[in-house]
Design a protein around this ligand. Sequence first.
Ligand code: NAD
Length: 312
Amino acid sequence: MIGLGLIGGSVMRAAAAAGREVFGYNRSVESVQAATADGFDATENLDDALRRASDERALIVLAVPVPALPLMLDHIRRTAPDCSLTDVTSVKGAVLQEVRSFGLLDRFVGGHPMAGTAHSGWEAGDAQLFVGAPWVVSVDDHVDPDVWVQVSLLALDCGAVVVPARSDEHDTAAATISHLPHLLAEALAATAGEVPLAFALAAGSFRDGTRVAATAPDLVRAMCEANADQLLPVLDQALERLHHARELLAGHQPLTDFVDQGHAARVRYDSFTRPDIVTTVVGAPGWREELAAAGRAGGVIRSALPVLGTRE
Ligand code: NAD
C-alpha cells in the first residue's frame, strides 16, 4: 500500500483481515507509528517498501491523491518496475496518462472503490468500508488479464463487488455521481453560511446535501480539477436545469417538470438492479469489451470469474 490514509488504511485492514500479507508506506511518521501500533507492517521509507514489493512480486496499490502520483511513479519506475500496479483514485483518465508517461502501463490496471467518508488519515480507516460497495476495475485496451485478475481478487477480498469499466466511461459517470455532488455541496454549504439563522434551523436536507463538503478541501480539488473535462458538460447540464427552475420561480410558474424529472430519476435509482456477471472468461478473445458492456448495463462481479487456461 502506497499511502495509508482513509482508503489505503482501509484496504490494508480489509486485505489483512482476508488473510493477505500486506505492508505499506506512508510519508508521515505519525501515521506509520499509528499503523504499527495497530499491528500493521508500515514504513516511512518508500524505497524500502518498493524494494520489498519487488522482491516479493507484490501487487502495488497507489492510495495517494493525484498530485502525489508522479513522485510515487518515479520511485516505482526505478525500484519496482515489474510489479503489478493498481490505484484507488477517483479519476481514471488522468492516472492512466501519468502511468503511461512513466512507462508503467504494461502492469497497470486502474481501480476505484466507490466508498468513502468525509474523514482522512489512518485513524479514519475501516476494514468494513468496502463491504458491498462497487469497486471499478478498468478494462482499457492495454489491460493484462493476469493483472486484472489480481486487482479484482483484491477488491473481492475487501468485500466489494467489481464493476468492470473503461477509464473514460468511468470518468464521465464519476463526474456525474461524485464530482458534481461535491461542487453542489460546496455551493449549498457556502450559500447557507451567509444566511442568518440557517445553521440554527438546519436538519436532514442540509446535512445530507452538504455531507461531502466536509471532505478535506485538497482531496475535493484534486478530484474535480483532474476530471475537469468530464465535469464541465455535466455541470452545464445541472446549471441549465437550475436556471430553468429559476426562470419558472421568477415567472411564478409551477416547478412540475423540474421536480418530476428529479423525482423519477431518483426512484429509478432506488430500483436499479445489478445483474451478476458470471460467464465472461478473462483472457478469452474480446473479454475486455464483453466486461465493459456488462458493466455499462449495471452488471457486477461478486466472485472470481473463470480465467482462460485454468480449470475453474
Ligand atoms: P487521505 O488524506 O486519508 O490519505 C491520503 C494519503 O496520501 C495519506 O497517506 C497521505 O500521507 C498521502 N499523501 C498525500 N500527499 C502525498 C505526497 N505528496 N507524497 C506522499 N504521500 C502523500 O485520503 P484518501 O481519502 O485515502 O484518498 C486517497 C485516494 O483515494 C485519493 O486518490 C482519492 O481520490 C481516493 N478515494 C477517496 C475516497 C474518499 O471518499 N475519500 C473514495 C475513493 C477513492
